[in-house]
Design a protein around this ligand. Structure first.
Ligand code: PLP
Length: 362
């Protein structure tokens, strides 16, 4: 079985260049060679985030970003707004509650997006919120929320814009400075084409100002420690060298292809998968206007069981696709098309889905 049979929405297949980079021997993580290597990686990451401010890269998975963004900008008891439209938005809100924030939680129907209309209305009703917790790409429903219109509005209001971009970063456009994003985090295992294990966090100026007031105790997730070390081309603790080698190889691949071309490829492949599944009678969960170019979530045609489709894709074709999450468990399936993904493997996936669907309809 080849890695290209992995069509779940993360972890995603690893390109040969990334696998190769992970064979490298260790080096002393504080020496000049490491500092030059890591500084260059951070410079690439800043460009990919559309920021001239700060990016830090730490050991962790995507979920550590929920905690990092909160403990570095807020204090227990602070009021925040979490408008959710799926499983990962709910997780951000839950982490806020667990950390003792006063979370104003507004739940949108799954499949719909969180637009400036909903956020604007909520900010009018709760003008005193200190931050908005926002999911850029809701992996459970395949919705790409309109971050580009929401972030400037939140910034104008004065609240902090904290963003989960775990299944967005590296696959769909991300303009931290132009849109007014204060903190945005992602995990290495999605469109960044790496194994799970790194959290990448973009940090704007206002987040550093908020840090000065934030009262959460923190050590491992301390922003200033990480940012000060990053300036020197270092990490605050022993550097996760193998993971950083992997991310550097992936970043070089993105640069070789061109960031705009990477986004264009995701847009093309997203449209291709959506067309293909619709032709087979699958129904998109996401509203048409907000479909994601990194993951497609659908419900099957009448009489076809989602769980069986996932199982038969694996047993009959050796292809892993994702099942439904949360409320959609057992009802939906999800196809990942982010990172190191190209047309041929998606053609195979759609051909296999056609075969499985036909068999299950009989
Ligand atoms: N946020 C989103 C949007 C995700 O898709 C995921 C994982 O799929 C996470 C957060 C959690 O990331 P991790 O599992 O790497 O902790």
């Amino acid at each position: 079985m080849t890695a290209t049979d992995l069509r779940i929405p993360g972890p995603t297949p690893l390109p040969p260049e990334v696998l190769q980079a992970m064979q490298r021997e260790m080096i002393p993580p504080r020496n000049a060679e490491f500092r030059a290597f890591f500084s260059e990686l951070l410079e690439q990451m800043r460009r990919f985030h559309g920021t001239s401010e700060t990016v830090v890269v730490l050991p962790g998975t995507g979920s550590s970003g929920f905690e990092f963004t909160i403990v570095n900008t807020l204090s227990p008891g602070d009021k925040v707004l979490a408008i959710t439209c799926g499983s990962f938005g709910e997780r951000y809100a839950t982490v806020g509650t667990m950390l003792g924030l006063e979370v104003v939680r507004i739940e949108q129907p799954w499949g719909s997006a969180i637009t400036s209309r909903e956020v604007g209305k909520a900010l009018e009703e709760h003008p005193d919120v200190k931050a908005v917790l926002y999911t850029y790409n809701e992996t459970s429903t395949g919705v790409a929320n309109p971050l580009h219109e929401v972030a400037p509005m939140v910034q104008k209001h004065g609240a902090l814009m904290l963003v989960d971009a775990v299944s967005a970063a590296g696959g769909i456009p991300m303009e931290m400075d132009a849109w007014g994003i204060d903190m945005i985090f992602s995990g290495s295992q999605k469109a960044w084409m790496c194994p799970p294990g790194l959290v990448i966090i973009g940090v704007g100026k206002r987040a550093f100002e908020a840090y000065e007031q934030a009262k959460y105790p923190r050590f491992f997730w301390d922003l200033k420690l990480a940012a000060d070390r990053a300036k020197e081309g270092n990490t605050p603790t022993t550097s996760p060298l193998t993971m950083l080698y992997a991310l550097k190889a992936a970043a070089d691949m993105i640069d070789a292809e061109g960031l705009e071309q990477v986004y264009a490829r995701h847009a093309r492949l997203g449209a291709y998968v959506r067309r293909g599944v619709a032709e087979l009678g699958y129904r998109m969960i996401a509203d048409e206007e907000y479909v994601s170019d990194t993951v497609t979530a659908v419900t099957p045609p009448d009489g076809v069981d989602a769980g069986e489709v996932v199982a038969r894709m694996k047993s009959d074709h050796g292809i892993d696709i994702g099942g439904g999450l949360g409320k959609l468990q057992g009802k939906a399936l999800r196809i990942g098309h982010m990172g190191w993904t190209h047309q041929p493997e998606l053609e195979r996936t759609l051909a296999a889905l056609s075969d499985v669907t036909d068999k299950l309809r009989d």
